[in-house]
Design a binder for this molecule. Sequence first.
Ligand SMILES: [Mg+2]
Length: 382
Amino acid sequence: MKITKIRTHPLFAPIKEPYWTAQELSKGVRAILTEVETDEGLVGYSKIQGAPQTDICDWIAQFAELVVGRDPLETTEIWEFLFGLTCPRRRVPYAEDGLPPPLPRSARPQTTAALAAIDIALWDIKGKAAGMPLWKLLGGSNEPILSYSTGGYFREGREMLACVDELAGFVAKGYKAVKCKMGFETMEDDLKRIAAVRDAIGPDTKLMLDMNACYDLRTCIEFGNRVSENNITWMEEPLHWYLQPRDYAKLAANIPVNLAHGERELTRFTIRDFIVGGGINYVQFDSTRHCGLTECLRVAQICEQYGVFIVPHHASELHGHVAAAFPNASFMLETHGDPERDPVWHHLFKERAQVKDSYVHLNELPGIGIEFDWDFAKTIAA
Ligand SMILES: [Mg+2]
């Protein structure tokens, strides 16, 4: 089998009420769909995130020229080849080997997103070629996987305590775990919000806090100690973006709350140092942002070896397969119980994993088990 063509479709679904995390304003949900066609008629699909979308689509088009003609089942070979383009090859001038010069350092978020788009679609082809869903191809079984719903985003004009009804609403709909966004105003505000949320959702619901990098180390130690009485499953991305594995390790050693991190990390190598340094217990690598499923499976292997959990960020329809393949290391998946928050996940698919009573149920379709609603996709073409 050979790859014959790769196409991309950038999407942007505006949302009615733009929302803030502690870090940034979102006016809608972006996605890039990629189709990888083969000479045997099998087509692989992926949905990734990232920006600027035009840059990522340009990188996918450049990579496409280099992988057309290759066997799509050689996922590791193709991954290593494309990832290898980010590094010097000691062949100056570079044009001699017919490949592009080392990919620019400034474009790493976009080149690793482009790699993800192709890699994930190749895994879809691999499953379809084998006639198996990925969870089975990877050796897992189709057990429902616990998921949580994220809420508590800040919206203009909405009261700080609006998160209480929102998160309790997810629990009323069947969710056994919820995650609340943090870091919009003062520490005292955050502590009040969390105490009110815990009160509303009861003692048995798991509660995670997504800090979106709002604290320095010293202040976060104070926050972690004060918030711990609310039985917090994890504090996610608690520290400012520039702080490193040793800072996470110091935080972890000084508070009675476990830490989560990884959605912004580009590769398994930085993730490894957060794990080995003892800072984090929950690893949120997002294969739809960087480096794809091949890399996510490697991250999951490291998690398993070090006794920490793989809890991938977003994309439960894809990451559910990783959870199924690593039953000893999987714990939960992220979903969005509010269709207003993620219209793409709620409306883009004709087929995908389903969430019922807080559990993700993968399907029996070969590959990732997804089918896009292209009519809907056209309405949100970017
Ligand atoms: Mg997060």
